[in-house]
Write a protein that binds this ligand. Sequence first.
Ligand SMILES: NC(=O)c1ccc[n+]([C@@H]2O[C@H](COP(=O)([O-])OP(=O)(O)OC[C@H]3O[C@@H](n4cnc5c(N)ncnc54)[C@H](O)[C@@H]3O)[C@@H](O)[C@H]2O)c1
Length: 255
Amino acid sequence: MRGLNDKVVVVTGGGGGIGGATCRRFAEEGAHVAVCDLNADGAAQTADAITSNGGTAKAYQIDITDLGQVTDGIAAIEDNLGPIDVLVNNAGWDIFKPFLKTQPEEWQKLIAINLNGALNMHYAVLPGMVDRKAGRVVNVSSDAGRVGSSGEAVYAACKAGMIALSKTLAREHARQGITFNVVCPGPTETALLDNFMAEAGNPDKLAEAFRRAVPMGRLGQAEDLPGAIVFLSSEDAAFITGQVLSVSGGLTMNG
Ligand SMILES: NC(=O)c1ccc[n+]([C@@H]2O[C@H](COP(=O)([O-])OP(=O)(O)OC[C@H]3O[C@@H](n4cnc5c(N)ncnc54)[C@H](O)[C@@H]3O)[C@@H](O)[C@H]2O)c1
């Protein structure tokens, strides 16, 4: 992929499944990776794996729901690694419950992580990109945000919000050299999906139902996602903005 060597890339949720795989792939492209996560150990593991392989990475413990922590974290990243070229908003959290069984406190946590977290990150990182008239933003949403998904009403609402946010920012900043695109995983075997299926009560049955629903006949793996995320962050995607790409084995086919 062109244009990623020596670029400074920020990935939230970099200590998790998809985020970890994405950080490692950016490092393979020669980027300098700020691995951000609430889970300090997970972020450190991803950063260590990259540096022990000869790449450049540093771990940052940041709770994306807290604008103060985000602002301080972004300042620390720019001090250590330099101005941010690429932002990947990937951190997320989910629970499996029919909407009428959810509690308002659960909505607040879902919204705080899946929507406000991304707002905070954009708010802290975008001014620098505007000044430099360059930047790439990739937001990791979900097929649930495109077509809905039973048991995920509030999560799906946040993920749909992330898509609308990306398209709006893509319009507002199109003449400033900044692109915003969205990647939507389907069911992907990570800690998030394990917890989600355990809560649903019958993980094996649910996994089988997911497999049957995916035209390619399997669940996603974390390593299925970085190709699309890194491509949309590269110079090869310079004329692509405001777009939504499902990476889910054909689960969601949108025109
Ligand atoms: N796994 C799936 O089936 C699936 C499907 C669709 C979309 N997604 C999306 O993909 C993204 C990555 O998820 P994953 O499957 O790799 O899950 P994961 O649980 O492996 O990783 C999510 C990471 O986000 C971090 N995180 C949670 N809250 C945070 C906060 N407040 N501040 C900072 N970091 C926080 C977690 O610590 C974790 O490391 C998420 O946005 C998720 O919604 C996943």
